[in-house]
Design a protein around this ligand. Structure first.
Ligand SMILES: NC(=O)c1ccc[n+]([C@@H]2O[C@H](COP(=O)([O-])OP(=O)(O)OC[C@H]3O[C@@H](n4cnc5c(N)ncnc54)[C@H](OP(=O)(O)O)[C@@H]3O)[C@@H](O)[C@H]2O)c1
Length: 256
């Protein structure tokens, strides 16, 4: 049988934000393409359920608690991953939060929550993964989940947009620094997909009208992230490094 171009068998993957939405999807597809997957987030009951589903489908997964804003928690998650499966080859650096508020209404607590999770968290987890890959002399692939809001702006998401733009620059910086170590670092920039982060908004009439005004006139479906994500995560994208890839039905180049 011909191997899939996205085959990742023999690899170890760690997915942050795996307790819902994109992260749960990324973990399932990585397992489906053959990786042993460490699923990480704070809600352990959901991680255990996901690991169980992956195992039922013939894959291998380990649930590990992780708070991406806490360096000790990040180190402990990678220790657990290494103990179970070995050094992580593929990182889906995906955990993120949003707080939808106009700029004048954002207080320090809200700012710190968004920026500490989306930017500091992505940095802590990437640094841990990269340090361990380099120490082990292993090549690797890191996929940071940014957003089209890292490329463009919209009303009431300034902290989120700033954090995601910074993730894109961090992605480029790490790609440059680690390219000689054969570690690729790319960013996925999804448009709108209905997940727990935005479901309440897209359930409203205002949310539905917003989607109608986008070029595709709809939200994305999770399966439409599969190939773009696997391109970046697997050796199929071996010469793709330091990019910010929009997956958004042309939303980010929308009519002005
Ligand atoms: N949905 C979209 O339209 C869209 C578009 C562009 C980009 N994104 C980005 O895609 C990523 C995934 O979002 P999603 O849409 O899948 O939303 P989601 O369903 O709300 O998932 C967010 C995930 O992040 C985890 N998380 C939050 N804070 C964390 C922390 N401190 N430590 C560890 N994990 C943490 C959550 O797990 P726990 O609460 O269990 O820790 C959850 O698994 C985010 O970075 C988001 O900004 C989403």
């Amino acid at each position: 049988m011909t191997k899939s171009v996205f085959d990742v068998s023999g690899k170890v993957a760690l997915v942050t934000g795996a307790s819902s939405g994109f992260g749960a999807h990324f973990a399932s597809i990585l397992a489906g393409y053959g990786a042993r997957v460490v699923v990480a987030a704070r809600r352990e009951d959901r991680l255990e359920a996901l690991a169980g589903t992956i195992a039922e489908n013939g894959g291998e997964a380990l649930a590990v608690p992780l708070d991406v804003t806490d360096a000790d928690s990040v180190a402990a998650a990678f220790d657990a991953a290494e103990k179970a499966y070995g050094v992580v080859d593929i990182l889906a650096n995906n955990a993120g939060v949003a707080d939808t508020k106009m700029a004048v209404d954002i207080d320090e607590e809200s700012w710190d929550w968004v920026v500490d999770t989306n930017l500091k968290g992505v940095w802590l987890v990437a640094r841990e993964a990269g340090t361990r890959m380099i120490a082990a002399g292993k090549s690797g692939s890191i996929v940071n989940t940014a957003s089209i809001l890292g490329l463009r702006v919209a009303l009431a998401v300034s902290s989120y947009s700033a954090s995601k733009a910074a993730v894109i620059q961090l992605t480029r910086s790490l790609a440059l620094e680690w390219s000689r170590k054969n570690i690729r670092v790319n960013a996925l920039c999804p448009g709108y997909f209905v997940t727990e982060i935005n479901a309440p908004y897209f359930a409203t009439e205002k949310g539905r009208r917003y989607l109608q005004r986008t070029p595709a006139q709809r939200s994305g479906e999770l399966h439409e992230l599969t190939a773009p994500f696997m391109l970046l995560a697997s050796d199929a994208g071996s010469f793709v490094n330091g990019v910010a890839l929009p997956v958004d039905g042309a939303h980010s180049i929308g009519n002005m």
